[in-house]
Write a protein that binds this ligand. Structure first.
Ligand code: HEC
Length: 180
């Protein structure tokens, strides 16, 4: 039975899908998580802006949030993120009036990829990949990424208040921070 489980896991690894362990280069850069599109999708935001002066745009950007599958399963079971969790925030242009679409908005080209990672020691770090898929250094701790996520993220510096299916899980497990 044990060996069967092992075979299943390594097969999934070889096929490129499923769980990818966190991988760093010798220089401590995060390797781009190539298969994130096979991970668990949490939400898509449209025109999400976080500053009071932000203007509404005619073509607001979309963002898509994905999380690594093993971390998702752990969150559903416990309401918290395990070490090794990787999030991808994918930002795409917003478009309108293409093909047969008359009034709606749909997603266009890739503009930016950012990740949020819970490292082996339990601390969180952000990595920005832009529109390239090269390994990236962690963003410095003085960046606004850290303070906004720490102050306003509903669960453990992550924005579970915007991930509808996980909101319910965190409420049930008692890990949801109400004032966010
Ligand atoms: C002023 C607040 C604010 C700042 C600053 C901010 N974020 Fe976020 N971030 C959010 C919100 C709100 C979400 C929820 C998803 C959305 O926007 O659709 C989010 C989601 C994310 C996610 C998805 C995982 C998660 O933690 O929920 C990543 C990855 C991310 N941000 C990266 C970054 C990076 C990198 C920076 C800095 C360059 C940054 N963020 C700065 C508010 C912020």
């Amino acid at each position: 039975m044990l060996s069967l489980v092992t075979v299943g896991t390594s097969l999934a690894g070889r096929m490129g899908g499923g769980d990818e362990p966190l991988q760093f280069t010798g220089k401590g850069e995060l390797v781009f998580p190539e298969h994130y599109r096979e991970w668990v999708w949490l939400t898509s935001g449209l025109g999400m802006s976080y500053t009071p002066t932000a203007q509404e745009s005619a073509d607001p950007r979309f963002d898509n949030v994905f999380v690594s599958p093993a971390a998702y399963r752990a969150f559903v079971a416990t309401g918290t993120w395990p070490n090794g969790t990787v999030f991808v925030l994918e930002i795409r242009s917003g478009q309108h009036k293409g093909s047969i679409n008359q009034t709606g908005h749909y997603q266009g080209e890739l503009l930016d990829i950012e990740t949020h990672v819970k490292k082996a020691d339990g601390t969180w770090a952000f990595y920005g990949f832009g529109n390239e898929h090269k390994a990236a250094h962690a963003i410095g701790h003085d960046a606004a990424c850290y303070s906004c996520h720490e102050q306003h993220g509903a669960v453990d510096t992550t924005f579970v208040q915007f991930y509808p299916t996980l909101q319910k899980v965190a409420h049930e497990k008692g890990t949801y921070k109400e004032k966010n």
